[in-house]
Ligand binder design. Structure first.
Ligand SMILES: Nc1ncnc2c1ncn2[C@@H]1O[C@H](COP(=O)(O)OP(=O)(O)OP(=O)(O)O)[C@@H](O)[C@H]1O
Length: 254
């Protein structure tokens, strides 16, 4: 069955982009970082991932994209198993700290890096770099030194490095951390308009409310709740039991 999405693209209803089957991971024997995580993320969904410090959000992202090898369970992206350690252009991760993503002498080189590693022809790489920088609104930074950019500029360039690989699934780890109001607003508009299947880990619950149609709450590596952001985040008991607060905009709605 086909339907029109919000972006007027034809998509297959209920096509699954991310499948996690009974996923578990621990950094050490004493404590599990992820326990029995089962999830299906539908193509085109924008999913928020919330939870207190240390809940396992970054760990879950690293397991989904194959940077970490799960202790048990498996991950499928677009119905194909993820092989830990192997580059998979279908999925991209925007790191919490843009400095972990930017290491080349120029913005152009950084944004080209992933696309070049996919073995694309030089003219295709150039085209992708220009398209990615234009989508994030930072084409004017193409010749700059990444290291010298502001926090907001680095954030959008880091996102561009992932967009240039044109993954269908993108994981954003704390994308609004350290952004000023204007840069945060630009990021929110960008995320709202994005057409990929996305997961966004964030402590910025208002951002999740504005961007996401589903939210997943983690506590000590377990999924505690999964559903509509307004519903989950307005549940005061649930939020407080998980060391979170009901976002301001929901406390003032009647
Ligand atoms: N490299 C590591 N070695 C050992 N333990 C780790 C490592 N990275 C994370 N952990 C532990 O795993 C747990 C989950 O951490 P993780 O960074 O995934 O949480 P998070 O939800 O992303 O937290 P935050 O909101 O603070 O970014 C924490 O207890 C953390 O101390």
């Amino acid at each position: 069955m086909k339907e029109l999405t919000r972006n007027n693209q034809v998509s297959l209803t209920n096509t699954v982009s991310i499948t996690l089957n009974n996923l578990g991971f621990n950094y050490s024997k004493e404590r599990a970082a992820l326990t029995d995580v089962n999830l299906k993320i539908i193509t085109g969904e924008k999913v928020g991932l919330i939870g207190a410090n240390g809940a396992g959000k970054t760990t879950l992202f690293m397991a989904i994209c194959g940077i970490l090898t799960p202790n048990y369970g498996d991950v499928q992206i677009l119905n194909r198993p993820i092989v830990p350690g192997r580059f998979n252009p279908d999925i991209g991760l925007v790191f919490q700290n843009p400095d972990d993503q930017l290491f080349c002498p120029t913005v152009r080189d950084d944004v080209a890096f992933g696309a070049e590693n996919m073995g694309l022809a030089p003219h295709e790489v150039t085209e992708r770099v220009e398209t990615a920088l234009s989508l994030t609104g930072v084409s004017h930074l193409i010749d700059r030194i990444p290291h010298h950019l502001s926090g907001g500029e680095k954030c959008m360039v880091a996102i561009s490095t992932v967009l240039a690989m044109q993954p269908q699934v993108i994981l954003y780890d704390e994308p609004s951390a350290n952004l000023d109001l204007k840069a945060r607003r630009r990021l929110i508009r960008f995320l709202q308009a994005s057409s990929e299947t996305i997961m966004i880990s964030s402590h910025d619950l208002e951002l999740i409310l504005e961007v996401c149609d589903r939210v997943i709450l983690l506590n000590q590596g377990r999924v505690i709740a999964d559903g509509l952001p307004q519903k989950i985040m307005s549940d005061r008991v649930l939020m407080e039991n998980n060391n979170l607060e009901v976002p301001h905009s929901l406390t003032h709605k009647h």
